[in-house]
Design a protein around this ligand. Structure first.
Ligand code: PEP
Ligand code: MG
Length: 300
């Protein structure tokens, strides 16, 4: 059974001017856990389940998924674990998640695609609901959310699956539900997502969709840096929405792992970063020497 009540021995890291920020870890593969001491992070801020479930059988097997999710929860020993539902699409092909209409479409990925492959999505929701029973450190986040209707639909499916499992006598719970903020529309209207547990900004996609700069296209990379004022405003809008709703805002995209951007993210009001294992030490060191005050940005 997953341990659910232990308290993280690592307090969130103190910044140069006092407020604390947490540094969590991004996981794509269970093997990463064997090499990582949970004491070096504040939990798992992003599990890319489309990589975790890399065998074709994983996607269709509730039991295999449940084992993987329990392994993450056991490793984290009470620290938060945020599992993202499958983010498949033409950029990240996943067995069973091809566009049912056979067309490669920009933007048909993440939760949008899951909601068109509902039977496969339900398998993942059931495995997550079973993992969530008795593990209050598990939360689930949905990728590429754009509208409140999508969030409501995904939540309703979760509730349905929990009811189905319980009718069968199987322990299940709806975990807290967070949203990835990767689409500018979601960032600008984040305060409309009623009932969300937290926001986690996917800066890789948010940048790509805001600037019309494909994330894998190096030839356009010099057009703008990730701390472009448009990105600052979007991130600040999400932080503001988080304050209104009383929920936290994390950044789990690549920019979180770049120590030279830590101060910028803190100045936008972000207090939670999630980074690959290899970046944990450098980012925690960077948080310690960075001030959170936003005035520095305007002082030239
Ligand atoms: C992102 O878009 O920043 C993100 C964290 O998700 P992924 O890189 O998996 O698309
Ligand atoms: Mg993304």
């Amino acid at each position: 059974r997953p341990v659910s009540s232990a308290v993280s021995p690592v307090p969130a890291t103190e910044t140069a001017d006092g407020p604390r920020a947490e540094v969590m870890v991004n996981i794509s593969d269970l093997a990463e856990l064997d090499r990582l001491d949970p004491d070096t992070c504040d939990g798992i801020g992003l599990v890319r389940s489309e990589f975790l479930l890399s065998e074709p059988e994983d996607i269709i097997s509730e039991e295999r998924q449940l084992l993987a999710y329990r392994r993450l929860l056991e490793w984290a020993a009470g620290r938060p674990v945020r599992i993202r539902t499958v983010d498949a699409g033409d950029d990240k092909p996943v067995h069973g998640f091809a566009d049912p209409e056979g067309r490669a479409k920009v933007g048909l990925r993440g939760l949008r695609l899951s909601l068109r492959r509902i039977e496969i999505f339900r398998v993942q929701l059931r495995a997550l609901a079973r993992a969530a029973a008795g593990a209050d450190n598990l939360s689930v986040m949905f990728p590429m959310v754009t509208t409140q209707a999508e969030f409501r639909e995904a939540r309703a499916l979760f509730v349905e699956e929990v009811e189905t499992l319980r009718r069968r006598g199987i322990d299940a719970a709806v975990p807290p539900l967070g949203l990835m903020i990767e689409v500018p529309a979601a960032a600008l209207a984040a305060n409309l997502f009623d009932g969300v547990a937290y926001f986690s900004i996917g800066s890789n996609d948010l940048f790509q969709y805001t600037m019309a700069i494909p994330r894998e296209d190096a030839s356009m990379a010099s057009l703008a840096a990730v701390d472009h004022p448009a990105m600052t405003r979007l991130i600040e809008a999400v932080v503001q929405a988080g304050r209104e709703l009383g929920v936290g805002v994390a950044v789990c995209g690549d920019v979180a792992a770049d120590p030279s951007r830590t101060k910028w993210l803190l100045s936008c009001g972000v207090r939670s970063l999630s980074v690959p294992p290899s970046a944990l030490a450098a980012v925690r060191a960077s948080v310690r020497v960075s001030a959170t005050a936003s005035a520095w940005r305007n002082q030239g």
